[in-house]
Design a protein around this ligand. Structure first.
Ligand code: ATR
Length: 278
């Protein structure tokens, strides 16, 4: 690690923040690119988030990531928003400009699409995509899919009103009953799980894939376990699967580039390093 008096500083604000993989991930890149800088965990309670973000500039920070539960509060606290942050309604990356102003970006959807492109070269945006879940993570995925040119999106969620509200807000999305989630897969080119189902310690995702066509790509934003039951089932049928770890790795790239001035690469060495600690 290089850490001089001129080191560039960034970090991640969360509450709690101890679970965050971001310090490990950015630390790997700082070492790899021999950058004079540091990326630190910042445990910030919810009532202090605005104050903490404002302090970034006084402390000489280049910016930070914000994670649960601060993404919506950061959206309100920054001075400017990128277009994608506006659409998603939440901020996960903050940049401090030369005058101390704060720009809020959201790179979750970017990370999702980059991961998909890297893991499923054959994925075609012309085909419909089916998305499970209607929480904050789903919103990022839906915006990213629309921005990538997917015209046809099926959205299904246990609480239908939530899916309907999201569909009404974003437009061009068809809501399907949760009970029909296994029966709407015939034409889809992409199936995405954005719910917490299938995550270690959570209920399993009860889903039948027999109606899914063989060319469809299946991805899960859950990365613990790395191969969720959904991905295992899809893989057994011969579908291309993309695990959720790459989304975490790719979403970190724009922030790193902005703060430290190097476009970082996602590769197997980084994946293995982050995996060792999952
Ligand atoms: P996030 O911001 O990570 O998306 P969230 O807003 O809590 O988190 O959303 C979690 C998603 O998982 C929701 O789509 C939720 O469905 P509801 O809107 O009906 O709550 C879904 N989810 C969680 N537990 C579930 C379960 N047991 N069965 C079906 N869906 C579930």
């Amino acid at each position: 690690m290089i850490l001089s008096g001129k080191a560039k500083l960034a970090g991640v604000m969360g509450w709690p923040v101890s679970h965050s993989r971001s310090p490990r991930l950015h630390g790997f890149w700082l070492d790899r690119y021999q950058i004079d800088g540091a990326y630190v965990p910042l445990a910030v309670p919810p009532e202090k988030i605005s104050e903490a973000l404002r302090a970034l500039s006084s402390l000489g920070f280049k910016g930070c990531n914000v994670t649960i539960p601060h993404k919506e509060a950061a959206f309100e606290a920054v001075d400017r928003l990128t277009g994608r942050a506006k659409k998603i309604g939440a901020v996960n990356t903050v940049m401090v400009d030369e005058n101390g102003g704060l720009t809020g970006d959201n790179t979750d959807g970017y990370g999702f699409i980059e991961n998909l492109k890297a893991g499923a070269a054959g994925w075609r945006t012309e085909k419909p995509a089916a998305v499970l879940g209607a929480g904050g993570a789903a919103r990022g995925v839906l915006v990213a899919l629309q921005d990538a040119g997917v015209k046809n999106i099926l959205l299904t969620n246990r609480t239908k009103q939530r899916a309907e509200a999201l569909a009404a807000d974003l437009g061009g999305i068809e809501v399907v009953d949760w009970s029909e989630r296994s029966d709407c897969l015939e034409d889809v080119g992409l199936l995405v799980n954005t719910t917490s189902l299938g995550m270690s310690g959570q209920a399993p995702l009860d889903m039948t894939l027999s109606g899914l066509n063989a060319e469809a790509v299946v991805t899960d934003i859950v990365y613990s376990p790395l191969k969720t039951d959904l991905l295992l089932k899809a893989e057994q049928r011969g579908n291309t699967v993309v695990d959720g770890l790459g989304m975490l790795l790719h979403q970190a790239r724009p922030g790193f580039a902005a703060w430290f001035g190097v476009e970082p690469e996602v590769d197997d060495a980084l994946r293995s390093f982050v995996l060792e600690d999952l």
